[in-house]
Design a protein around this ligand. Structure first.
Ligand code: HEC
Ligand code: HEC
Length: 177
């Protein structure tokens, strides 16, 4: 690991003077380390039993509910409100979760929201829904990812918080969600 840190992210020319296979193996190991790194979460929740603040995935269902109310709604509400003040004057859990308050099923992504195309580069969404796509890329995704202590979607690793954290793809969940 420490070795990799010193080498940085790229397979540099100096490194490539070692035999090609070794160089490729090192590059693969770095890519794997990058994936692991990108899956890491920052502690944004309440303090756990060992006195350490919890990450989103360490929180209980009740703690997640509370975190949605105290962090996710305050992050998302002003963005929707500024976009369409009348329609999104106030937003509640139902905006993203549909009738989860009744069913108790808050799992995301959800069929309550329209399914997206599944295109990594969002060609379909940019062409047909330019405004909401840009708003989400520029503001909503970073704000909600931040509130959850997650990294935003990374086009190389195809992991991280993004459109498919909320929306399903044509055949179901995508990109590890
Ligand atoms: C702006 C959209 C949005 C709103 C509004 C919202 N949530 Fe969420 N919620 C999410 C997303 C996204 C996740 C999944 C995060 C992840 O794990 O990637 C989630 C996950 C959850 C979970 C965890 C589900 C599970 O099975 O672990 C609970 C519980 C939850 N929300 C409750 C609420 C409550 C209660 C409210 C209202 C106070 C609310 N949410 C409002 C987006 C939203
Ligand atoms: C935190 C949850 C969340 C994330 C992340 C998210 N969306 Fe959405 N999206 C919503 C909600 C909520 C609605 C429905 C809002 C409404 O009632 O108009 C929606 C609606 C849409 C619609 C339908 C628009 C329409 O007019 O019918 C499209 C298209 C869309 N989102 C694209 C995207 C794209 C592209 C991304 C990623 C860049 C993305 N969304 C990320 C929550 C999310």
């Amino acid at each position: 690991m420490s070795n990799m840190h010193r080498l940085g992210n790229k397979c540099t020319p100096a490194l490539c003077r070692v035999p090609l296979l070794q160089c490729l193996a090192a590059a693969a190991a770095m890519a794997a380390a990058a994936v692991l790194h990108c899956a890491s979460q920052r502690a944004v929740g309440p303090v756990g039993p060992d006195g350490r603040q919890l990450t989103w995935s360490e929180m209980s269902f009740q703690q997640r509910r509370a975190h949605m109310k105290s962090a996710v709604i305050p992050a998302a509400a002003p963005i929707f409100r500024a976009w369409r003040p009348q329609r999104f004057a106030t937003i509640g859990c139902a905006l993203c979760h549909g009738d989860a308050e009744r069913t108790g099923d808050f799992r995301m992504p959800t069929d309550h929201l329209p399914r997206l195309s599944g295109e990594v580069l969002l060609g379909h969404e940019r062409a047909n829904f330019p405004e909401t796509t840009q708003l989400k890329l520029d503001r909503l995704v970073p704000a909600v990812a931040g509130a959850l202590g997650m990294d935003g979607f990374n086009i190389i690793t195809r992991r991280g918080f993004g459109c498919y954290s909320c929306h399903l793809g044509p055949r179901g969940p995508m990109f590890g969600h």
